[in-house]
Design a protein around this ligand. Structure first.
Ligand code: NAI
Length: 334
């Protein structure tokens, strides 16, 4: 067997952490050949829950799971890790503004960036899930000067998977028959799910939908009134139905993201990576792009040609990312 891989999960005592740890222990992240060591990182209020998760992981008797350590010390938690899944974040409480949320979370990701810089393996890949995920990735990366910015990415795969599933339903295809779908921008209600390059079994979905909805105007109306809001508001729909926020699907998307990043993607997917200015998205912010993964690197896909409709939405979401960055700068944390 190959050598074991050490993986840190922050916020491991929370909902997503609970779902994620079991999927990783079962081998869903790096395949059935790779043994894993888990580091469960929490703050003092969450540490008992993480210890409970560790007990249950033991009871799973997972053949691939070599060790589980629970800690509140970020440098210990990140020591030698090849993957860091930054899930832990402070949720918005009653009376908190978006600026309060940004400030509290910025402080967390300043500290975690510095701890990763000091302790992680040279090959570390860092996936930010905790919100505001894109800006948290920017902050952590800025405080980890020895780790290339390309080793940080933020999760927009849940939005991607939500869009893919809705689109597959709409064109009567299976999700694995679709390609070329992507989500742009921020992981927020402003994200833009782009169907313009998507094919189903090789045919453009805009053509398939147009034939059913009376041409391009019908497709546009469906996108604006049905598809985009359904994807954007899916989180609220889940809370309404389940009584708590999406956890298993968020963990599943995290697995998809990290697995593709490490082992390679089949076709187009979505991830938030540091913009180099591609597609007019201001350089430096972490924005979701159409990407594929090759040799452990996210590569922004070329050949998308956003039309005026897409351009407006991509620009609006990018402007939100710039505003978040500027708000963190104003706090002196960037
Ligand atoms: P949760 O509240 O159940 O768990 C969060 C855990 O993080 C808590 O146990 C808390 O003690 C811990 N934590 C807080 N600060 C920490 C720190 N500095 N170090 C280590 N642990 C810390 O929340 P849940 O449902 O698991 O969600 C986690 C985050 O993921 C939230 O920010 C949520 O908004 C975000 N999220 C992001 C998605 C995405 O697509 N990017 C999708 C769904 C959720």
């Amino acid at each position: 067997a190959t050598r074991p891989v050490t993986i840190a999960i922050t916020g491991a005592g929370g909902q997503i952490g609970y779902a994620l740890a079991f999927r990783i222990a079962a081998g869903d992240l790096l395949g059935p050949e790779t043994r894993v060591r888990l580091r469960l990182l929490e703050i003092p209020q969450g540490v008992r829950a993480a210890e409970g998760t560790a007990l249950e992981l033991e009871d799973g008797a997972f053949p691939l799971l070599e060790a589980v350590d629970v800690t509140t010390d970020a440098e210990r938690g990140f020591d030698g890790v090849e993957h860091a899944l930054l899930v832990g974040a402070k949720p918005r409480g009653p009376g908190m503004t978006r600026a309060d949320l940004l400030g509290d979370n910025a402080a967390i990701f300043v500290a975690q960036g510095a701890a990763l810089n000091a302790a992680a393996d040279d090959a570390v890949r860092i996936t930010v899930v905790g919100n505001p995920a894109n800006t948290n990735a920017l902050i952590a990366s800025a405080h980890a000067p020895d780790i290339p910015a390309s080793r940080f990415s933020a999760l927009t795969r849940l939005d991607h998977n939500r869009g893919l599933a809705q689109l597959a339903n709409a064109v009567d295809a299976r999700v694995d028959e679709l390609d070329g779908f992507a989500v742009w921008g921020n992981h927020s209600a402003s994200m833009f799910p782009d169907v313009s390059r998507t094919t189903a079994r090789g045919d453009r979905v805009t053509g398939i939908l147009g034939a059913r909805l009376g041409g391009p105007d019908g497709v546009r109306e469906w996108l604006v009134d049905t598809f985009i809001p359904r994807v954007a508001n899916r989180g609220a729909e889940i809370i309404e139905a389940r009584g708590s926020s999406s956890a298993a699907s968020a963990a599943n998307a995290t697995i998809d993201h990290v697995r593709d990043w490490s082992l390679g993607s089949t076709g187009t997917t979505s991830a938030a990576v540091r913009s180099d200015g591609a597609y007019g998205i201001p350089a430096g912010v972490f924005a979701s792009f159409p990407v594929h993964a090759i040799d452990g690197e996210w590569v922004v896909q070329e050949g998308f040609e956003p039309d005026a409709f897409a351009r407006d939405r991509i620009d609006a979401s990018a402007a939100e990312l710039v505003a978040e960055r500027d708000a963190v700068r104003a706090l002196g944390l960037l």
